[in-house]
Design a protein. Structure first.
Lengths: 89, 577
């Protein structure tokens, strides 16, 4: 299983859950798996064309993913982390 | 190993006699700085029942503990006093150079008391290696902040930095800010919230000029470990995601998605103009126009401050922040970031809090005073503030003031101070902060962006966030560096060459809140009033308007009634504002 770490701003759809376990697959499949259990999660990560929002950053085991993030494979025991910029100013 | 910074002093300025003196800084206060130091001085030396704009009021300017050192992003300065908006204690902090320069000279705080007998007189305070003195400054009367600084740079060295007020502060308007010059000498960094510019104006103090000349950075006791720690800290920060690399304005789409991008005087939580107000548009402008991201103060590694140019490639303003794009943009249904940039510059010039002023203009629009979306009208109103017209004065005095004038019912304020962009309806724990913080509705006092937080955790999350932010605002570190309490404790330990535990630092944060709550009790604040206005409870945002602030008063009260036992999570929590 892959652990998807949910940042605080995105815990509305997950009803406060901060990590969700999903089957191994690509990053896109992991996001879809979270969406299947918690509708509303995916639109926080992907835009209406299915691309990662510019304000979202994805990490696997601490390494930041690049332009091909959604197709990267994540395996059992991996940690997929979602980060979103939050600040006032 | 030495014992760290030695010979620190405190500047005392008596504006009744226009005299300035210095005295040794109490050793007992060596770990107090910024907000915590301001709170302690105000609690001990300012009658909380005083008129905030009267002679008995006290204004404190206190850099954080780490300011003036080589630690990254650590030079913020706190302004503290009794707020003419909330009637309680207020701290507002800013980046820029004055905090660094004061500390390089060894001055831990400037404490301003008294009031000149002639309210038409203007004065400046000079701080340099030769000492401190109050000087006459009638020739600066009425000057807007940028023109003022240009004039001051003719008088003082190019390396000097300034703390100043614009016309709004001189007119003692409750929305007035205090400006600090940035690395380029521009008065673009504002300690904005709570109307402390009016307190400075009430003392006839137009500016403080700080010339640290070639003074080196403050030397820590444990030099080698300190420098190594800073090097690693910076390296790790730069190797990380750098979430604020494109500025706070890049938060717009996230905030809009979370229904915390208020539209039309907070009648909705999302704006149809989120794309045109998105900070990404500002970043896109850099290529053709110039401008870009920069550090607002020496030694900053975050570099979240944008420099915005106009279509001709000339400097327009800095920094155009998320809160400004929300309150002066979306909340007024002004769709163009360029119009908001104009409004931001006007606010910086006149010396106004963009949050308070944006909220006030939106209320004026909502009450029928002008059309929503009228950007030129909004600019005209800002100029009217500087001219002192009846309407300008009502807006310049803030959201509650214009609400009273217009007899309008939808006035989103807490204890007289406008609610920031971060909305307490989708972010209920942040609402608990607005209700209980000694700062009132101020997101920098304890922002919790966690819409899925279970209700039984609201109070604890708010209290912990308030505590961590109080610690950060005492340290001089910027909240956007997001230091944890243990990291700040490590820095304090190396600065003074003695073991300072994370628990001690957390206790200092809690004591800061205690001091502030004590001041507010003396000022007449009642625990029973720890709540949000009815408009936040009755008018919802989000799908079908279901998001309302519905946190029971007994839950709100838990955030300040007693301290929750420190847990490990507290020491992993990052400051967020």
């Amino acid at each position: 299983m892959v652990v998807v770490a949910i940042p605080p701003p995105y815990r509305g759809p997950t009803a406060g859950a901060d990590r969700i376990e999903v089957p191994a697959g690509t990053v896109r499949q992991c996001i879809d798996a979270v969406e299947a259990r918690f509708p509303g999660f995916r639109t926080q990560i992907l835009d209406d064309r299915g691309r990662v929002h510019s304000f979202v950053k994805l990490f696997v085991n601490g390494d930041q993913l690049g332009a091909d993030a959604l197709e990267i494979a994540v395996g059992d025991g991996d940690r997929l982390e979602v980060l979103a910029a939050i600040a006032g100013g | 190993m030495s014992s760290g910074p030695q010979g620190d002093r405190l500047i005392r300025v008596d504006m009744t006699t226009q005299t300035a003196t210095t005295e040794p800084y109490p050793d007992a206060w060596k770990l107090l700085g910024g907000r915590a130091l301001s709170a302690r001085i105000l609690l001990e030396e300012c009658d909380p029942s005083c008129d905030p704009l009267g002679a008995d009021s006290v204004l404190v300017m206190a850099p954080g503990v780490m300011a003036g050192t080589s630690a990254p992003t650590s030079g913020r300065i706190s302004m503290g006093g009794k707020s003419p908006l909330t009637g309680g204690i207020k701290e507002a902090n800013a980046g820029g150079e004055p905090g660094q320069d004061l500390m390089k000279l060894g001055y831990r705080a400037v404490v301003v008391t008294g009031q000149p007998s002639d309210p038409d007189k203007r004065y400046g305070l000079e701080v340099d290696e030769s000492g401190v003195r109050v000087v006459e400054a009638d020739d600066t009367k009425g000057l807007w902040n940028y023109a003022l600084c240009e004039k001051l740079y003719e008088r003082y060295p190019k390396k000097a930095s300034f703390i100043s007020i614009g016309p709004a502060g001189e007119m003692k308007l409750s929305g007035a800010s205090i400006a600090c010059t940035d690395e380029k000498g521009r008065p673009a960094r504002h300690a904005a919230r709570g109307g402390l510019g009016a307190v400075m104006g009430s003392k006839g103090l137009k500016y403080v000029a700080v010339d640290a000349a070639k003074r080196p950075v403050r030397m820590p006791a444990d030099r080698k470990p300190f420098f190594a720690y800073s090097k690693d800290y910076t390296k790790n920060y730069l190797a990380g995601p750098q979430m604020f690399k494109t500025g706070t304005s890049s938060v717009v789409p996230v905030a809009n998605m979370l229904h915390t991008f208020p539209y039309k005087n907070r009648t909705e939580g999302q704006s149809p103009d989120a794309k045109t107000l998105d900070g990404a548009r500002i970043v896109e402008s850099f290529e053709e126009r110039g401008g870009g991201m920069h550090n607002c103060m020496t030694g900053c590694v975050v570099q979240c401050s944008n420099v915005v140019h106009d279509k001709d490639g000339n400097y327009k303003t800095s920094a155009l922040e998320f809160e400004t794009l929300t309150l002066l943009g979306a909340n007024c249904a002004i769709a163009s970031w360029e119009d908001v940039a104009d409004l931001d510059r006007l606010c910086d010039e006149i010396g106004l809090d963009t949050i308070e002023t944006g909220a006030a203009i939106a209320i004026y629009m909502d009450s029928g005073g002008m059309e929503f979306g009228d950007a030129e009208g909004a600019k005209r109103i800002l100029r009217e503030i500087a001219e002192g017209t009846e309407l300008g004065t009502a807006i310049g005095n803030g959201a509650a003031s214009i609400g009273r004038k217009q007899k309008h019912k939808r006035v989103p304020v807490v204890r007289g101070q406008a609610i920031p962009a971060w909305d307490p309806r989708p972010l209920k724990a942040t609402g608990v902060t607005y209700a209980t913080s000694p700062m009132g509705a101020d997101h920098t006092a304890g922002l919790i962006v966690n819409p899925g937080l279970p209700p039984d955790q609201f109070a604890r999350a708010s209290q912990e966030s308030q505590l961590v932010n109080a610690v950060c605002d005492a340290s001089g570190f910027c909240q956007f560096l997001q230091p944890t309490i243990p990291e700040i404790a490590s820095y304090y330990s190396m600065l003074y060459g003695e073991e300072i535990s994370r628990e001690q630092v957390a206790d200092m944060g809690w004591q800061c809140l205690q001091d502030e709550w004590a001041f507010n009790r003396g000022a007449g604040w009642k625990d029973a009033d720890d709540d949000l206005p009815e408009v936040m409870k009755n008018e919802g945002v989000g799908p079908d308007g279901v998001m309302k602030f519905d946190v029971p008063k007994d839950v709100i009260a838990q955030a300040k009634q007693q301290r929750f036992d420190p847990r490990d999570e507290l020491f992993q929590l990052k400051a967020t504002g």
